[in-house]
Design a protein around this ligand. Structure first.
Ligand code: COA
Ligand code: MG
Length: 319
């Protein structure tokens, strides 16, 4: 079975910067999106493609959970050359597709990967060694936002949506403010579409502040806000942002503990024929148990020792 997907942090690394590419190998991060799009100037596209191909031919490093490439948009004139080069490398797990404006952008990429990597995309050989490439779509325009349903239905490989605030603001002629209020509708629509179409990742806007205490404070506030809206990850531009982001979007100790207590007590409540019961003075019923089960699963995927937690709370009873 393919490894489960956890993308609390998605860090962009410009494909044209040998120094940053080298640095990225030492990081502990859920997803790296090696970039061929906006952080690479037109004159450097070819060099960046070849850098990425070489990098993704190297053995995997332990700290990086998922290696993705952000190609150029389908209408840029660069996308086919990007795909032709980077799909030759064996250790590529996902593609980030910018400026997805309609389902046809994803149809194009899906056709190319099916023809280029038939061993990964034929329905009878989806072995653990060669899982299908995952696609993550960037939503950055008004058109994309009103077409979310057809975008989500466009390809079986879609694994998440990303909200791109800067291009979206440009498209709508709006100015980003610290409150992010102007993006509320778009962010909420994206999260809702991910849930409705069962896509594992809803990834929030980039925090452009990364310097010093103030930068990390802003990042922390944005992560908390995004998590409340239902995002489960965030785009990052600098290694200094990874820890805060993975911490906020990761399982919180008190949350995981509560979830384990609910799961354990629920088994006992069910045996006693009780669908609704109480813990710490609050009612617990099926949706709350479902949420607790999801939290325990996520904690496990993020490396928490849930076995030890289970032992610790084995005597938890429903009130
Ligand atoms: N990935 C890997 N390494 C990175 C990095 C990144 N995204 N951003 C910075 N670094 C490295 C730098 O190379 C530097 O390494 P060094 O100390 O060995 O020289 C170190 O981290 C500290 O970097 P710093 O000096 O604080 O930043 P900078 O001025 O070198 O770079 C940015 C700042 C914003 C230009 C850079 O972080 C960047 O290009 N980020 C990605 C931008 C991007 O991809 N945008 C498109 C998507 S929105
Ligand atoms: Mg963009």
């Amino acid at each position: 079975m393919a490894a489960p997907i956890i993308r609390r942090a998605l860090l962009y690394v410009p494909g044209s910067s040998s120094r940053m590419l080298e640095k990225s190998r030492a990081l502990n991060v859920d997803t790296i999106a090696y970039d061929l799009e906006d952080s690479v100037t037109p004159g450097k596209k070819a060099e960046a493609r070849s850098n990425l191909r070489k990098l993704l031919e190297q053995p995997r490093v332990k700290g990086i959970r998922e290696q993705a490439v952000r190609i150029n948009s389908v209408d840029s004139g660069y996308a086919l050359d990007d795909l032709t080069e980077v799909l030759k490398a064996p250790n590529i797990d996902a593609l980030v597709i910018p400026k997805v404006n309609s389902a046809s952008d994803l149809h194009f990429v899906t056709d190319v990967i099916r023809h280029t990597l038939p061993h990964r995309h034929s329905s009878n050989d989806q072995s653990a060694a060669h899982p299908p490439l995952r696609l993550i779509a960037l939503i950055e325009s008004a058109k994309a936002l009103i077409d979310l349903q057809s975008i989500c239905r466009a390809t079986p490989y879609l694994s998440g949506l990303i909200f791109a605030a800067e291009d979206f603001a440009l498209d709508l002629s709006i100015t980003r403010t610290p409150s992010l209020r102007e993006f509320l509708y778009a962010r909420s629509a994206i999260v809702t579409a991910c849930r409705a179409f069962n896509l594992p990742s809803a990834i929030d806007l980039v925090c452009t502040a990364y310097k010093g205490e103030q930068g990390l404070q802003t990042l922390n506030e944005e992560c908390v806000d995004g998590k409340r809206l239902g995002f489960n990850g965030k785009q990052l531009i600098h290694p200094s942002q990874v820890e805060v982001c993975q911490e906020v979007y990761g399982p919180q100790t008190d949350e995981t503990e509560w979830a384990m207590r609910v799961v354990i007590a629920n088994e006992k409540a069910e045996k006693a024929g009780r669908g609704a019961w109480t813990l710490d003075g609050k009612m617990i019923d099926r949706p709350v148990v479902g949420k607790a089960e999801a939290l325990v699963k996520k904690a496990e995927l993020c490396g928490v020792d849930v076995g030890a937690l289970k032992d610790r709370w084995s005597t938890q009873e429903p009130e």
